[in-house]
Ligand binder design. Structure first.
Ligand SMILES: CC(C)(COP(=O)(O)OP(=O)(O)OC[C@H]1O[C@@H](n2cnc3c(N)ncnc32)[C@H](O)[C@@H]1OP(=O)(O)O)[C@@H](O)C(=O)NCCC(=O)NCCS
Length: 187
């Protein structure tokens, strides 16, 4: 396995061209997609033709240091979902987005917090990152709890993107959290 990062219970690796089915299955669960698409699955051809090629192109662009990473339980080997640590397409390399999407079977174990905490550590101590940000729907309590457990600060409220207006709670808009290297070092 092309390991990117290990935590106590998780191993993160780079995706490969053979991983389309894992992504398709993850995005086919309405509970996973609740605050992303209103529960609609991502079409398999979009995963194969757009998402996965983009993920692989990102490793080329950022030397495998940044991008989207598959997460597995170390004990069972099971795929539990993915984490993202990625700059904006044309943005500075020292400002990166943190994100996570886990299979429902893996929820409630502290995995999202564990993986995210390790990614923050890697970003600030190895990758020269200056600021990490994350955005979610205001009503996505689980996602906000992770950001708050990581001691990220609520930096802004953001409008709901026009393609997410069908998502339950979208009338409350979104939130943006941030943490700088200095804030992380002070913890
Ligand atoms: C949001 C998500 C990543 C949480 O993953 P997880 O591994 O269960 O999260 P953790 O166990 O690390 O939980 C962090 C905290 O949030 C709480 N929490 C998790 N899901 C919650 C929910 N739906 N409602 C309220 N609290 C929740 C946990 O109890 C935990 O707090 P605690 O340690 O005080 O008990 C997961 O539910 C998911 O992938 N959802 C679908 C995709 C998604 O919405 N991604 C975020 C989009 S921005």
């Amino acid at each position: 396995m092309d390991t990117y990062l290990e935590t106590e219970r998780l191993a993160l690796r780079r995706f490969t061209a053979d991983d389309a089915d894992l992504l398709i299955e993850l995005d086919s669960d309405p509970a996973v997609m609740r605050y992303l698409s209103g529960g609609n699955p991502t079409a398999p051809e979009i995963v194969r033709e757009r998402y996965l090629p983009n993920i692989l192109a990102g490793y080329e662009k950022w030397d495998g240091d940044l991008g989207l990473f598959a997460a597995h339980e170390k004990d069972s080997g099971a795929f539990i979902g993915w984490f993202i640590l990625r700059p904006e397409p044309e943005g500075p390399l020292d400002e990166v987005e943190l994100g996570y999407r886990l299979r429902q079977a893996a929820w409630g174990n502290g995995y999202a917090t564990e993986g995210s905490r390790a990614l923050l550590g890697k970003a600030f101590s190895e990758l020269g990152v200056r600021m990490v940000w994350a955005e979610t729907m205001s009503v996505n309590r689980g996602s906000r709890n992770i950001m708050e457990k990581l001691k990220m600060t609520l930096a802004d409220t953001i409008p709901t993107p026009s393609d997410m207006e069908m998502v339950e709670g979208s009338e409350h808009g979104g939130v943006r959290y941030e943490i700088t290297k200095e804030q992380w070092e002070r913890q």
